[in-house]
Design a binder for this molecule. Structure first.
Ligand SMILES: Cc1cc2nc3c(=O)[nH]c(=O)nc-3n(C[C@H](O)[C@H](O)[C@H](O)COP(=O)(O)OP(=O)(O)OC[C@H]3O[C@@H](n4cnc5c(N)ncnc54)[C@H](O)[C@@H]3O)c2cc1C
Length: 238
């Protein structure tokens, strides 16, 4: 899969995958030693499994992603326990000076305590300047500490959570659907929503029938990209 750019300097890259829809079907049919019964029956089986929460067959489709994301996004991501993670270490390496700058700063949502709303009335230019100055000072302090002989594992303590990190994430389709369900939805922070949308492309590419069934039968969230894909699938099948 091509690199999918996310935010200003991040990306999602599908490294490899195993199983796909065929792996799901093979696992589901092992119960009665069956094999493929053609596209219509196979797709119907995938839909049946999802609708009835028979989710273990989806653990046999596995995807490995390389992700570059700000640390605050990675912290939310790593709460998803069903997946394997390996992350770049700022104990061994000096962080590049890549950090995320939002296109615009959002205001605190007054109704949803953990949400944010567009706020064109904020002094965007002034905020961007103080944001950049603050990150710049953090990096200067970091490099100054390293030059003074402080270990990288300690100097990194001054770096802000907007700095980009990189990690590998190997996840099965069951856990990926849970991730998309939670993180593509409008309740999630917009930055992680953008990553969920990028992941959905890798999912659609490697498990097209499972992805279509997920959208049609499980997805109840709000996300412009996923909602549009769901509408397209529903109108195609009607
Ligand atoms: C909008 C939003 C707001 C959030 N706000 C906060 C917050 O304020 N504070 C905070 O700490 N977290 C917050 N989270 C993180 C959230 O609580 C979950 O940790 C995270 O979404 C991972 O979900 P998960 O546990 O379903 O995923 P996974 O860890 O991948 O688990 C997948 C599934 O496995 C099962 N499972 C996993 N572990 C166990 C277990 N120990 N016991 C029983 N079943 C298990 C559950 O069915 C679970 O859904 C938020 C998440 C979202 C989407």
């Amino acid at each position: 899969m091509r690199d999918i750019p996310v935010l200003d300097k991040g990306f999602v890259r599908l490294i490899e995958s195993m199983g796909g829809d065929a792996g799901v079907l093979q696992a589901a049919r092992v119960s009665f030693a069956g094999s493929s019964k053609g596209e219509v029956a196979d797709r119907r089986l995938i839909e049946y499994l999802l609708k009835h929460q028979h989710l273990t067959p989806f653990e046999h489709a596995v995807l490995k992603f390389h992700v570059k994301a700000p640390i605050f996004v990675a912290r939310q991501w790593f709460r998803h326990r069903f997946g394997a993670y390996n992350e770049i270490s700022f104990r061994y390496t000096t962080p590049s000076e890549d950090f995320y700058t939002p296109e615009s700063f959002r205001a605190q949502d007054q109704k949803n305590k953990q949400g944010s709303v567009a706020a064109p009335s904020l002094d965007q230019e002034g905020l961007r300047r103080s944001f950049a100055a603050s990150v710049d000072l953090a990096f200067k302090t970091y490099h100054g500490m390293v030059e003074a002989g402080v270990a990288r594992e300690m100097a990194r303590m001054v770096l802000p959570v907007t700095v980009y990190t990189e990690f590998f994430w190997t996840v099965n389709a069951r856990s990926l659907m849970n991730f998309l369900w939670l993180r593509a939805d409008a309740h999630a922070q917009p930055e992680i929503q953008r990553y969920a949308e990028a992941l959905s492309e890798g999912f659609a590419q490697t498990c097209p029938w499972t992805y279509a069934a997920f959208l049609s039968h499980l997805w109840t969230g709000k996300n412009a990209k996923l909602d549009a894909e769901k509408d397209r699938l529903c109108s195609a099948s009607s």
